[in-house]
Every structure is written in structure tokens, then in C-alpha cells.
Design a protein around this ligand. Structure first.
Ligand code: UDP
Ligand code: MG
Length: 138
């Protein structure tokens, strides 16, 4: 029996990339790697929303700056779908710090710094569901 494991994951093109007009180019990368963009919207969120989104990091020293940053300008939020989309997207994004990211990854190509690292991606199937609901449940 052929087992398929189609998953959805949440991707965000962060303010540093949208500001540089890289959103079209980054979406093309996802599509060329076989991801379907099943829903997307360009939005600007409030700091309080960023704080809810990144609540898992609330005890971290970078939490305040991170939430200020994510709410500092327009972002593009997308639902990506593919076989094993969660891990596949994490691999395509590359390491959190662009300096550590592998050649060919989005963060290597576009990331400016650990905070301005151009993209977010869910880190597990469970969190993907929570994050997709966060932005797309009406
Ligand atoms: N971050 C930061 N400083 C750090 C670690 C993380 O500014 O020392 C930011 C970074 O933009 C990262 C986000 O916080 O994308 C969330 O951190 P996480 O460890 O979840 O990294 P990710 O899952 O985005 O790779
Ligand atoms: Mg994370």
C-alpha cells in the first residue's frame, strides 16, 4: 500500500523580506519545491497579536523585540501543503541564524540576522494546526 502523508504548515514571510519586496520571489521558491499555497494573505498585526502568536517564547530575552519586530510592518501568512510539509518547510527555510543556514535555504539567501531571518515556519504538525487556526480561522 502506498502511504501518503500530506500535511499543512504555516509559513510567514516576515517584515524584513516583505519590505524588500521579496514575497513574490519567496513564494516562487515554495511552489518550485512542490508546495501548494492553499491560502495566503498580506496583513499587518498588532504587537498584542504577535505576543499571542509567539507565547511559547515569552520567557526568552528576545521575546519583546521579536514581537515588536513581527508587528513592525506587513507580513505574508500562508498555508503551505505538501507531503511532509512541516519538516520540508523547516529544511527549505534553514537554520534560525542565517549565518548557520545551509546553502540553498531561504534564510541563507535572504536572511539579514537572527532576528531578521525573513521567514517563519511551524516546527511540528501539532503547532502547524494551532498556527494555521491562529491566522485563518474565522
Ligand atoms: N530569535 C531571536 N533571537 C534568538 C533566537 C530567536 O531574535 O536568539 C527570533 C528569530 O527571528 C526566530 C524567532 O525568534 O525566528 C523564533 O525563534 P525559534 O527558536 O522558534 O526559531 P525558528 O523556529 O524561527 O527557527
Ligand atoms: Mg520556532
Amino acid at each position: 500500500m502506498i502511504m501518503s502523508n500530506t500535511e499543512q504548515t504555516l509559513s510567514i514571510i516576515k517584515p524584513d523580506a516583505v519590505e524588500r519586496n521579496l514575497d513574490k520571489e519567496i513564494k516562487e521558491i515554495f511552489k518550485n519545491k512542490g508546495f501548494s499555497i492553499v491560502n495566503e494573505k498580506k496583513i499587518k498585526i498588532e504587537k498584542s497579536e504577535a505576543e499571542r502568536f509567539y507565547k511559547v517564547h515569552e520567557t526568552k530575552p528576545f521575546y519583546n523585540d521579536l514581537c515588536a519586530y513581527l508587528s513592525s510592518g506587513p507580513i505574508v501568512v500562508m498555508i503551505l501543503e505538501k507531503e511532509n510539509a512541516v519538516l520540508g518547510n523547516r529544511e527549505l527555510m534553514g537554520a534560525t541564524n542565517p549565518n548557520d543556514a545551509e546553502e540553498g535555504t531561504i534564510r541563507k539567501k535572504y536572511g539579514i540576522s537572527i532576528d531578521k531571518n525573513s521567514v517563519h515556519g511551524s516546527d511540528s504538525v501539532e503547532n502547524a494546526k494551532i498556527e494555521i487556526d491562529f491566522f485563518f480561522k474565522d
